[in-house]
Design a protein around this ligand. Structure first.
Ligand code: F3S
Length: 286
C-alpha cells in the first residue's frame, strides 16, 4: 500500500464552549473532590470516562446530590429544572455555552414579543429541550423533515436554531416558510465554530477519496459532519475511536480527510492518525 496523504481539518476537535465546560469541571473537581454534572458534560464517552476518574460524575437523579456542586453542561437545561435545582438549595455552577445562552435569550424574547416560537433542531437533544422551555408554551421544534402544514395560518413566526445545525437547513427553511406566514423574525443562532467547522470539512471532503469523522456517536454536531460528507457522495465513516478503523477501508485510498466534532479530544484524533499511518504502512494491527 503506498503512503496515504492525510488532510486534517484545522478546526477538528474541542470548540470554545466544550473547552470551557471541561476546564470548569476539572477545576471544581480539584477543589471539591466530587462534583456532579446534570447528564454527561459533553457527548463523548471517552472524555466522560476521564472526567469520572477525576471525580466528575454525570447524573440526572438530583435526589442523589447532597452537598456536592452541580455543573450545568454546555447544552444548558430547561428553565423549570433550573428552578427546581435552585429550590433544592444546590450549589450550581453554570457551564452553559454563552452561544447556547444567547439562543435561549432570543427564544424567550420572541415569546415575550408574541411570536409563535419555532426551534429548528433535534427535539431529543438537551440543548433543544432547554430552548423549548425558553420559547414559551406554544414553542414547537422542527427538524429538516418538517411538515410545512404545521405553520400555515400562523401570523407571527419567530425562529431560533440549535447551535449545531447546518446553515443550509436555516436557509432552506426561511426561504420556504416566508411564503406561508405574514411575519417572520429569524435569529441565526448557529454558532460560528459550527459554521466554520462544517465549511472546512466540506472543502476537505471535496478533494479526498475517504472522509473519517471522529467523535461520539451521540454527538449531534459530529453526526451532522458525517451527514454533510455523505451527502457529497464521498465515502464517509463516523468513528468514535481509532479501534474502529478497518484496514479494508484504506484499500486504493490515496487521500484521507479527517474532521472531528466539537467534543472530540485531540488525543483521540492523534490515535486515529497514528493508526492510519500504521495500517497504511502495511502494519498488521488492522
Ligand atoms: Fe458552544 Fe458552539 Fe461549542 S454553541 S458548545 S461553541 S459548538
Amino acid at each position: 500500500m503506498s503512503k496515504i496523504e492525510i488532510i486534517k481539518a484545522k478546526r477538528a476537535g474541542f470548540c470554545f464552549g466544550v473547552k470551557r465546560a471541561i476546564n470548569i469541571a476539572f477545576k471544581i473537581a480539584e477543589e471539591s473532590k466530587k462534583v456532579f454534572t446534570f447528564g454527561p458534560l459533553i457527548h463523548n464517552p471517552q472524555v466522560i470516562q476521564k472526567l469520572i476518574e477525576a471525580g466528575v460524575i454525570p447524573t440526572e437523579d438530583i435526589d442523589k446530590i447532597e452537598k456536592e456542586p452541580l455543573i450545568i453542561r454546555s447544552h444548558g437545561i430547561p428553565l423549570d429544572l433550573k428552578k427546581k435545582l435552585l429550590q433544592k438549595g444546590l450549589r450550581i455552577i453554570d457551564a452553559t455555552c454563552p452561544f447556547v445562552r444567547r439562543a435561549q435569550k432570543y427564544a424567550q424574547l420572541l415569546s415575550e414579543e408574541g411570536y409563535q416560537v419555532v426551534i429548528l433542531g433535534d427535539e431529543e437533544h438537551p440543548e433543544v429541550k432547554s430552548l423549548v422551555s425558553y420559547g414559551g408554551e406554544r414553542a414547537i421544534v422542527l427538524d429538516s423533515e418538517y411538515d410545512i402544514k404545521k405553520l400555515i395560518n400562523r401570523k407571527k413566526l419567530g425562529v431560533v436554531v440549535q447551535t449545531t445545525q447546518p446553515t443550509s437547513f436555516l436557509r432552506e427553511f426561511t426561504s420556504t416558510v416566508i411564503g406561508y406566514v405574514k411575519e417572520l423574525k429569524v435569529y441565526n443562532t448557529i454558532c460560528n465554530s459550527t459554521v466554520l467547522r462544517q465549511k472546512e470539512t466540506k472543502e476537505i471532503a471535496e478533494k479526498v477519496d475517504l472522509m473519517l469523522i471522529i467523535g461520539g456517536k451521540n454527538s449531534a454536531n459530529t453526526t451532522q459532519l458525517a451527514k454533510l460528507c455523505s451527502n457529497l457522495s464521498v465515502k464517509t465513516y463516523h468513528i468514535e475511536t481509532a479501534s474502529e478503523l478497518q484496514q479494508e477501508w484504506l484499500k486504493n485510498i490515496k487521500k484521507i480527510g479527517l474532521s472531528a466534532g466539537a467534543s472530540t479530544p485531540e488525543w483521540i484524533i492523534n490515535d486515529v492518525i497514528e493508526r492510519i499511518r500504521y495500517i497504511g504502512g502495511n502494519g498488521n494491527n488492522g
